[in-house]
Design a protein around this ligand. Structure first.
Ligand code: SF4
Ligand code: SF4
Length: 100
């Protein structure tokens, strides 16, 4: 059985994401002071990655499964401090599951 990449697995669903108004906002510069970077371990869609070359967080809200894990593990997202916010996409937007 072929093991699919994350992009191939995500492509089995459909996403109607608003590029101009991401439903999750993180301050990638401020994230440099984060001492755990738990978001890079908890996201089942691998949306958060630490860019070692530029030493900063890389995040893309497109492909988000709306599970909420990042909101639980990141105290800045959880408390909505300036530069950070987590919301569900507007009704009908975001992920449209095709397989369960
Ligand atoms: S856990 Fe939160 S503060 Fe830490 S790197 Fe991730 S988004 Fe930034
Ligand atoms: S809500 Fe879930 S899928 Fe979306 S970015 Fe956060 S951890 Fe990843």
């Amino acid at each position: 059985m072929k093991i699919l990449s994350m992009d191939e697995r995500l492509a089995k669903n459909r996403f109607d994401s608003d590029d101009q108004n991401p439903h999750i906002i993180v301050d990638k510069i401020a994230c440099k002071t984060c001492d755990h970077r738990a978001c890079t371990y908890c996201c089942p869609a691998e949306r958060y990655k630490w860019d070692k070359v530029n030493d900063k967080l890389s995040f893309d809200h497109v492909g988000c499964l709306e599970c909420g894990n990042c909101r639980f593990v990141c105290e800045r997202l959880n408390k909505s401090i300036p530069g950070y916010s987590w919301n569900y996409p507007p009704l009908g937007k975001g992920i449209i599951y095709r397989e369960g």
